[in-house]
Each structure stands twice: as C-alpha cells, then as structure tokens.
Design a protein around this ligand. Structure first.
Ligand SMILES: [Zn+2]
Length: 368
C-alpha cells in the first residue's frame, strides 16, 4: 500500500507540473550557489518521493510526462544506510501534568511525533523489524513506537474510530498530515486492557490488529520475572499471551516487553514456555532503555535483548531519553535510512564488515 501511495503521488506530481525528467537528470541540473529553495529541482530530487507535491516541483520543466514507473533513486542519492540504527521508543501514560518519569503530556507526545515525521521517520511494527521487512520509501527511516501497560488514555474507541486525545487518536491524527506515514505501533497489554472493561478492551485490541498495529505480551501480573520459578514465569506469560489470543484469535504474539524490564533468572524462560492453558514463543524481548537498536541486518542485532528508548525531553545522555538519542542520531547521521527496495540491503561500502553474514546475498554496498 505504501508503494501505491508513493507511485500515485509521484505520478500526480509529474503530471501536474509536466515534469518528466528522472531524478538523476534533476540532480544533474546546475543550481546557482545560494539559490537552493523548496522550489528548486535539486531539492525535489533529494526529498523522499512520497513528499513531492506540485508546490515543490520545478516550475520551469518543459518535457512531457513519461508513463513509466518511477525508478527507485540510487542509494547514494538518498543516503541509504540499512545498517544504521533504529529508535524503538517506549511510552507509558499520557497525563495532563506529565506524570512520572515514564509518562508524557499529550502535548509533548504530539510534538515528538511531529518531530519524527518531519525528520522522515516512518513507524513500523516490531515484527517488521524482526523479519527485516522494512518496506518504507527511499530516504525514510524506521521508528518503532511501543506503548506499555494499556492504560485507558492510550486507546479508546469513539464510534469505532480512535478517540481523539488518546495516544492512538493523536498518533492517527498527526500521521494524517504525512503521506508516507501509517499510524502503527506496538501495544503491550495487561488483562482487561485500556481501562479495565474486558469487553471494551477486546474490541480495542481487535481494532488495533485490524489496522496493522501489533499486540505484545506483557504478562498478567505485571511483576518482574526475576526471582520466580520457571513454572510461575510460564503461567504468567501464557496468561498474557492468552489475553491477546482470546480477543484476536489470529494474532501472532511474538513480542514481550519485559515487565519492569527484568529478565527471568534464565532468559530462555521468557522466550518459550508451556502450561496446560497454552504456550508462547517470543521472537523478541524488549528491554527498558537505553539506546537505539541496531539494524536487523547488523551483526550486533539481538532481538532477545532489544533496547528501547524512553520518551522524554532530557538531553543528558545519562537519562537515556528520546530527546538525547534522536538529536544524536541526527548529529552522527547514523540512523537506518531505507533505499526504498525491501529486498536489497544498501549501505555505504565501508560498513560492510558490520553486515550479518546471513544477509550477504541481499547486500548492496555502495560508494557514497
Ligand atoms: Zn509495564
């Protein structure tokens, strides 16, 4: 669906402006120094193609439109780096007074989303990251938004639609201004989620699933898994997985954000387990803190200890909050940037040693 939107937007822009030149021809057009503006051909060529609109297209183009599909720009043109880092952001409650250190105000949440989307971040769910299925436009960057504990203000339904001023409503509303952005996230649920009413909670879980969100196990007791027997851990995590499956029978429960960030005494107890009530097989265990995650194609990618970043406005490294890490990713220019082709893994050639060898046949190192 993203590809369709992208192609339609680009074709529409080309038709409306009569601009049939390819991206490489556009970027080869000489631009007088100091004249780079939102309407210059060079700036059109460097924008993610889904963002191209009639307002930003070159007014002087005379060539006729070409009805061929828009080619994916060369990786170097968009600065593709699919060995770059991926922020997995962690949210809890949204409260008017900002709550505790894990909470945010609705305004701060809205501002962070707008910042992300302005900076070409596009949400993907955890399963897409785990499977290396990051199908987003060339030049955009994946971000995973995770919401823990399924509090009431995270998601409610209003006539079957996301209620405004919930986290889900705000995400949906802000995303609507950005053609590349689908409002998807990961929701780790506790029993009777989103306000304590079991039936209503199930309806919300079904709606999330139908709209491409991911539901994640968070146990039933929401107590640390450390210091407990294997049988106790298994009971708690089967119960959590069943909370999701009872509402959404076809949901795959692949992700466990660790309750309070604590591993059980043996990590594998969190990965798989079985009781007479069912079983669980998690592909990812999400931690609390404290840095961006490696690319799924990077040799350091470790899905069973995947780091997250707490949303917050501290710019001190020691606080491990999003304001610090998102600025740092910009400054160091080492976020994952898509090449627009989900099959191919493009990255600057000097990073080749960092590639997980399992992906060698898809690798596309290039000279930047
Ligand atoms: Zn929690």
């Amino acid at each position: 669906m993203r590809l369709v939107v992208l192609v339609v937007a680009v074709v529409a822009a080309a038709l409306l402006t009569g601009c049939g030149r390819t991206d490489s021809e556009q970027s080869a057009t000489p631009t007088p120094a100091g004249s780079l503006s939102p309407s210059s051909p060079a700036s059109v060529a460097t924008l993610p193609s889904g963002r191209a609109t009639p307002a930003t297209a070159a007014p002087t183009a005379t060539a006729m439109p070409t009805p061929t599909p828009t080619p994916t720009p060369a990786p170097a043109e968009v600065g593709a780096d699919e060995l770059g880092r991926v922020p997995v952001l962690m949210y809890h409650r949204l409260t008017a007074d900002g709550g505790g250190p894990y909470d945010r105000t609705p305004q701060a949440f809205r501002a962070e989303l707008a910042w992300l989307f302005e900076h070409d971040y596009v949400p993907v769910v955890a399963s897409e990251l785990l499977d290396g299925r990051i199908d987003i436009p060339a030049g955009t960057k994946p971000v995973v938004l995770t919401f823990d504990d399924s509090s009431r203000e995270q998601a409610q339904l209003d006539d079957g639609e996301p209620a405004p001023e919930t986290a889900l409503g705000i995400l949906t509303e802000v995303a609507a201004d950005y053609p590349d952005v689908e409002p998807v996230a990961v929701w780790s649920v506790l029993p009777a989620p989103f306000g304590g009413d079991e039936k209503r909670g199930r309806r919300i879980m079904r709606m999330l699933h139908e709209r491409g969100h991911e539901l994640a196990n968070h146990s039933c007791s929401h107590t640390p898994l450390s210091g407990r027997s294997r049988a106790e851990v298994a009971r708690d995590l089967v119960c959590g997985a069943n909370t999701i499956r009872d509402a959404v029978p076809d949901a795959e429960v692949r992700v466990l954000p660790l309750p309070l960030g604590r591993f059980p005494d043996q990590r594998r107890w969190a990965e798989t387990g079985e009781t007479p009530q069912g079983r669980y097989d998690h592909d990812a265990l999400l931690k609390v803190g404290a840095r961006p995650a490696p690319s799924p194609f990077h040799a350091d990618f470790e899905p069973l200890a995947l780091p997250r970043i707490r949303s917050g406005n501290s710019t001190q490294q020691s606080d491990f909050e999003s304001a610090f890490w998102l600025q740092r990713l910009e400054a160091e220019d080492n976020a994952y940037v898509s090449d627009g082709d989900p099959q191919r893994i493009s990255f600057p050639a000097q990073r080749e040693a960092q590639l997980d060898a399992a992906f060698g046949d898809r690798a596309n190192p290039y000279q930047p």
